[in-house]
Write a protein that binds this ligand. Sequence first.
Ligand SMILES: [Zn+2]
Length: 302
Amino acid sequence: MQEKLMIIDPHVHMTSRTTDDYEAMAAAGIVAIIEPSFWLGQPRTQVGSFQDYYSSLVGWEPFRASQFGIKHYCTIGLNSKEANNEALAEQVIELLPLYLHKENVVAIGEIGYDDQTPAEDKYFRMQLEMAKELNMTVQVHTPHRDKKSGTIKSMEVCLEHGLDPANVIIDHNNEETVKDVLDRGFIAAFTIYPKTKMGNERMVEVVRKFGSNHILVDSSADWGVSDPLAVPKTAALMLERGISREDVIKTCYQNALDAFGKNGKMKESHWLGTSAIDQRELFNDNSVLRGQEPKIDGNKII
Ligand SMILES: [Zn+2]
């Protein structure tokens, strides 16, 4: 039997997922994840809420992931929806530099357009300037409404600000947008949704048609109907449908590592040969155990 594939999910909101998810993800071969900062399903009202959220993405959540054998990275930014509260957005922008230098922050994200309002445009551009100045990768959320025009506009604005398209991941693509993204030299990420939008069968056909260069697969799993195993499931389906193992490795692992590993904070050595789990560890005196028996190395909790 061939060795099990290693998988990276480059877009998953673990803060809203359970420890069962972490266990299932590790069992399915996920070795590393990237958690973009986003909105919480309802708008925040104070800058302190952003600060505590960003702190959890660079503190508690990487610890929680480590307790299940998964390496956690994140992207930090002001999301498009909340850019529309300008008074608050100003304060959040001031806060970002405090977090962009943290050790597990691999990009500015997820930023971009939701309704394509002037405020969204203003803060998107401001954060692109920050990315340019700090030489950071950018993770762009494209709007679910007016997808095609919103995607093209996002790329035009990135180019206008002088960003290298090879350092920009355009997320939530579909068959309508992928060619425009690849033709312009950007990286195209695809979110696999369990029931609507991009399903994993469609993803197989995208890879068959467009190949595996500059294409990433992610789950964008969050507090909504979503599947944190979308990437390993898609990888398995690709193999079953005759996509080469090399192309599966590129789209479900290597391309994500190449795209988000540019600032040197995400490295294969972080998970290769270091799978030891020790749930006796604590983060600020807190553990994930709730009084249960710690799992050490390969022992199962159940
Ligand atoms: Zn997201």
